[in-house]
Design a protein around this ligand. Structure first.
Ligand code: UD1
Length: 416
């Protein structure tokens, strides 16, 4: 397994282009299942999770060609089953459930099971499909759903769920009648998906708000559409600029999706200026402590919690980082402590006492965002950090070592 070797202490400077959003590309690609015909999607990032969803779609009989621009054709679906082998490597595989039931009348999808960052059930996806008239059974670790045609329904999500909202929004496009989603998630990735679906002829109103209505149609048609920039990758590079006292310009991002992290980084003393699709981030003389609470969008993203914690580890004073979206999402803490950070966990909060310096150490990635935070810590640390289990970072960051090297970081991938 590859390792990432980082010699810390280099100031980052220059420009970096932000890739397409993993969490937008995944549902956009599964939306192709709703259509008999060839759609074209631009700005698809080159990531392990994207390879996994392509493999899953191919196993269903979907044909595709291309890379960053992908032509994808689900005219000849041959299977309606997502196997355990594929779903267990990526929970987002559940995103085939809604489209398959809606278009094919049936789906069999493995339950994702537990995961490093908490239980993460899919009960809300299932309940919503049942409310739309699907007959759902759980057998041998699989969800089996059947419906000759789904029916529009009024659905209230107990918890704001991103993939749950996406799955049911997709399913509802082909349902008979109108579906209303209440307490829907409001993430920009949902707005992107709704735009793609409306481009296919769906009738979705209100995406981006917590009430979304979807008037079902008989069929959808192919579309050409573009995936939004990755706000989590962008946030990670902003934090990297702050932690190395750097001066970094992000190109091709959407500053409007980054209000919460930008506000926190300014509170921490950084200078962050946005113009059009560009953000310039400059480090602070001294980083100040900040308190952060993760929340559904437009709150501070849980997917940036580990990275902002790395920054507060070096800030002057005491920061409290509270995780409200997932339980058990502090696995990076023990690794950061091994690098000299002073962090203690109290329930759902991490109490971070800033230290003047972190020291390089061998560390292990436990999940995608945790590995990003350890790379950040390594960039700012004195000495050498060796990060193992790099495949986690490859799930969600396109060529991170190349992008960081181009900014002046001393980071290389070595086969392990
Ligand atoms: C998505 C993102 C992930 C991000 C997360 C929260 C994708 C592919 N992944 O994950 O990167 O960290 O949103 O912003 O977009 N829950 C239930 N029952 C359900 C569904 C969810 O209890 O049926 C709970 C979860 O355990 C969690 C909370 O709801 O505590 C939010 O999870 P959810 O928004 O569904 O996360 P994902 O869509 O899996």
């Amino acid at each position: 397994m590859d390792k990432m070797v980082i010699n810390g202490g280099k100031r980052l400077e220059g420009e970096v282009r932000i890739s397409g959003a993993k969490n937008a590309a995944l549902p956009v690609l599964t939306s192709a299942l709703l259509v008999g015909g060839c759609s074209t999607f631009h700005n698809i990032p080159d990531l392990l999770d994207i390879k996994t969803i392509k493999k899953l779609l191919r196993s269903l009989g979907v044909r595709m060609e291309g890379g960053e621009t992908l032509r994808i054709d689900a005219s000849g679906i041959t299977h309606c089953e997502a196997s355990y082998d594929l779903v267990r490597t990526m929970r987002a595989s559940i995103l085939v459930l809604g489209p398959l039931v809606a278009r094919m009348g049936e789906a069999r999808v493995s339950l994702p099971g537990g995961c490093a960052i908490g239980a993460r059930p899919v009960n809300l996806h299932i309940k919503a499909l049942q409310e739309m008239g699907a007959e759902v059974t759980l057998k041998e670790g699989y969800v089996e759903a059947k419906a000759s045609r789904l029916k529009g329904a009024e659905i209230y999500f107990d918890i704001s769920t991103v993939t749950g909202t996406e799955n049911i929004m997709m399913a509802a496009t082909l349902a008979e009648g109108t579906t209303t989603l209440k307490n829907a998630a409001r993430e920009p990735e949902i707005v992107n998906l709704a735009e793609v679906l409306n481009g296919m002829g769906a009738r979705i109103h209100g995406a981006g708000n917590d009430v979304i209505t979807i008037e079902g149609v008989e069929r959808l048609h192919p579309v050409e559409a573009t995936v939004i920039p990755d706000r989590i990758e962008a946030g990670t590079f902003l934090i990297a600029a702050g932690m190395t006292g750097g001066d970094v310009r992000l190109i091709g991002c959407d500053p409007l999706h980054l209000d919460a992290p930008i506000a926190k980084l300014r509170d921490a003393g950084m200078r962050v200026d946005a113009e059009g699709k560009t953000i310039r981030a400059r480090g602070a003389e001294t980083l100040r402590s900040v308190d952060v609470k993760t929340l559904p969008y437009p709150g501070f993203a849980t997917d940036l919690q580990a990275q902002i914690m790395a920054l507060t580890a070096l800030a002057d004073g005491l920061s409290v980082i509270t995780e409200t979206v997932f339980e058990n999402r502090f696995m990076h803490v023990s690794e950061m402590v091994r690098m000299g950070a002073d962090i203690t966990i109290q329930g759902t909060s991490a109490i971070v006492r800033g230290v003047p310096k972190l020291r390089g150490a061998p560390v292990m990635a436990t999940d995608l965002r945790a590995s990003a935070s350890l790379i950040l810590a390594g960039l700012a640390a004195e000495g050498t950090t060796v990060l193992s289990r790099v495949y986690h970072i490859d799930r969600g960051y396109q060529e991170i070592e190349k992008k960081l090297s181009a900014l002046g970081a001393d980071i290389r991938r070595v086969p392990g």
